[in-house]
Design a protein around this ligand. Structure first.
Ligand code: UDP
Length: 331
């Protein structure tokens, strides 16, 4: 059973690949390494360097091997970049994904797992957020993901492909042994930035807390942090669900618990025993005050249960990764 992991050299794709191999699947990674890292592709996996927007390459790959499913992680995912360069996001995240669908259809590949996002909900009017909450993205990144979901809803039923779309909340953490983790050239995420301020005692890095005047108990934004291994597990459960004849569907993927930026800092201080240097600054444009998943549906339908429901244990694994690999995969 071979699974094609498009974008498998990135953070979530690489951990999912690790778990697939551990569970006895065969895997092939297709990644252009524009943002991913070859070092994150496990040895047991095949690797093809290339772009999923290239129909000839896809044709060749699909002719040479029968894939049971495609997992698609190869998206651009920086909100700020999507605002400054929306066409890049619509081209990569939407148009290129349609090329992939066309070639999957021609090759008769029926199962598709899509990495969607809580950003499709924009500023939610009801929290915890259910899947039925209106789709109202507030940036091109969120729109690009919701557009692919719309393509899936409209076009895929006529094309025999079945899908599970997972709307990720805030992915965090690393493999507990510190061997795979988060490394973005341009880091924007809270937990890695908090931990990076602690790595070099002589550095003058200071964390910026974006906004302290939100209508939340301590004034900072609240997010639902989910361990990357729990995310990975959900992909595999989604895959098995489709293989067992499950209907195409969309699921929130979060722990269902929210933590403020200040709580993340306090927890990181407890885990590491170090004081996080930070300063309070203006809000970051486009940040909704609270994003917390109602994850009842994925619990019930896919029988998904987080193994890392506590923020402390999520941060512990991230701290191990960052301590062992201060330069990420560039070591
Ligand atoms: N955040 C922050 N300082 C940073 C990075 C993030 O205060 O240097 C806040 C951000 O405003 C948001 C939360 O931390 O409220 C989580 O941000 P992140 O970028 O990790 O994920 P997002 O929720 O934007 O996907």
């Amino acid at each position: 059973m071979d699974i094609l992991i498009v974008g498998g050299a990135g953070y979530i794709g690489s951990v999912t690949n690790h778990l697939l191999l551990e569970q006895g699947f065969q895997t092939t990674v297709l990644d252009n390494l524009s943002r991913g890292h070859l070092a994150s592709v496990p040895k047991g996996s095949s690797f093809i360097e290339g772009d999923f927007s290239d129909p000839d390459l896809l044709k060749e790959m699909f002719a040479s091997k029968k894939f049971d499913a495609v997992m698609h992680f190869a998206a651009l995912s920086l909100v700020g970049e999507s605002v400054s360069n929306p066409l890049l996001y619509y081209k990569n995240n939407v148009a290129n994904t349609i090329v992939l669908f066309n070639e999957m259809e021609k090759a008769g590949i029926e199962n598709f797992i899509f990495s969607s996002t809580a950003a499709v909900y924009g500023n939610p009017h009801k929290v915890p957020i259910e899947e039925s909450h209106p789709i109202q993205p507030i940036n091109p990144y969120g729109w690009s993901k919701s557009m692919v979901e719309q393509v899936l809803r409209d076009a895929i039923p006529t094309k025999k492909i079945r899908y599970v779309s997972l709307r990720y909340f805030n992915a965090a953490g690393a493999l507990p042994d510190g061997s795979l983790g988060e490394h973005h050239e341009q880091e924007t995420h809270l937990i890695p930035l908090v931990l990076q301020t602690l790595l070099d005692p002589k550095s003058d890095r200071i964390l910026k807390v974006f906004g302290t005047d939100y209508g939340t108990p301590d004034g900072t934004c609240i997010r639902d942090y989910i361990h990357v291994l729990d995310l990975a597990e959900a992909h595999i459960l989604g895959l098995k669900y489709l293989q067992n004849g499950g209907q195409s569907d969309i699921f929130n993927l979060g722990n269902g618990k929210g933590f403020s930026v200040r709580e993340v800092i306090e927890t990181a201080e407890k885990v590491t025993g170090k004081k996080v240097p930070f300063e309070e600054t203006d809000r970051r444009p486009g940040d909704p005050p609270v994003l917390v998943a109602n994850s009842t549906k994925i619990n019930q339908v896919l029988k998904w249960k987080p193994k890392f429901p506590e923020l402390g244990s999520i941060i512990e694994t991230a701290w191990k990764w960052h301590s062992l690999n201060p330069n990420g995969y560039s070591n």
